[in-house]
Write a protein that binds this ligand. Structure first.
Ligand SMILES: Nc1ncnc2c1ncn2[C@@H]1O[C@H](COP(=O)(O)OP(=O)(O)OP(=O)(O)O)[C@@H](O)[C@H]1O
Ligand SMILES: CC(C)(COP(=O)(O)O)[C@@H](O)C(=O)O
Ligand code: BAL
Length: 258
């Protein structure tokens, strides 16, 4: 029996959730994680991670705060300027925003790479297939012929022509150790994480403190709007972005509601 067999098969479908429920988006999110576990793409621990994120989102007011929108615009600018951008996909990301990640990859000409903390061949293949079902053409992460230096564990496994070679990497819902190790490789790291105190946003050049469900479509919208911007304009957007302010503004909203 696999760990997934212990999860109830009685998973509600999204369309059964009343749209006028005041916490509709949070309910949808929970159900997507539950469905991800059922399908073998999300690890059971993904539910704990979702619970942590959900608590922070509640305190943020379940909205994209202005500093997060600025971070999402700066992230789009970085991705458009990148030579080899890669979007990292774990089991939670695959369950929550598969089509949206494919759209972002298309908008900025990035690769998608499956990169897991709880790595198994079955989950890697199931996630790659799930992304393909949502329109992805080439999915990286299956070759795993390179290692992130100074990082023990399965989570160090990456593709030599993917995350290993990337100049800009989007790492949503990332663990702090891997975020730090990628930072040491001198990559421009864009982290999406609802906890501004988590180690990952703390080390990222662009910390996005927002729910991935809102952040990714907003990054794509910014990228589409900036598609014809000059290099100087994109660099100015990046220059203007203040990462310390973004982290402080998110913490202030969570602690004091302002
Ligand atoms: N839907 C979501 N959107 C954005 N962030 C989320 C979402 N769901 C969960 N998170 C965040 O993703 C992170 C996943 O946890 P993870 O174990 O990878 O990091 P951690 O151990 O909490 O922190 P650290 O980065 O210090 O290791 C948590 O910080 C959680 O708040
Ligand atoms: C559950 C997860 C957020 C992702 O795990 P995976 O899909 O295996 O990369 C993990 O990093 C954790 O915090 O426990
Ligand atoms: N994400 C798995 C546990 C951690 O290192 O945060």
């Amino acid at each position: 029996m696999s760990e997934y067999d212990t999860v109830s098969a009685d998973v509600q479908h999204e369309e059964e959730i009343p749209e006028d429920h005041p916490r509709y988006q949070d309910l949808i999110t929970r159900h997507r994680i539950e469905n991800g576990v059922e399908k073998g793409i999300t690890h059971l621990q993904g539910m704990h991670a979702e619970g942590r994120g959900s608590a922070f989102d509640y305190l943020l007011g379940e909205e994209t705060i202005p500093s997060a929108d600025a971070a999402e615009r700066a992230a789009a600018a970085h991705l458009l300027l990148a030579e080899q951008p890669v979007l990292s996909i774990n089991g939670n990301v695959a369950a929550l925003v598969p089509g949206e990640m494919v759209d972002l990859a298309d908008a900025v000409d990035a690769d998608l790479e499956v990169n897991l903390f709880n790595r198994t061949p079955e989950r890697i293949e199931a996630i790659a297939e799930h992304l393909r079902e949502h329109g992805a053409e080439g999915v990286k992460g299956l070759t795993a012929d390179a290692r992130i230096p100074n990082l023990d564990h399965q989570r160090a496994k990456v593709d030599a022509d993917g995350i290993y070679a990337a100049d800009v990497v989007v790492v949503p819902l990332e663990d702090g150790d891997r975020a730090e190790a990628l930072q040491e490789m001198e990559k421009t790291e864009i982290v999406i994480d609802l906890n501004p105190l988590s180690r990952s946003p703390q080390v990222a050049e662009i910390p996005i403190v927002d729910n991935i469900i809102r952040a990714v479509p907003n990054m794509t919208a910014h990228a589409e709007e900036l598609a014809t911007a000059s290099e100087a304009e994109l660099r100015a957007i990046i220059e203007e972005f203040d990462r310390e302010h973004a982290l402080e503004a998110a913490e202030e909203r969570i602690r004091n509601g302002v």
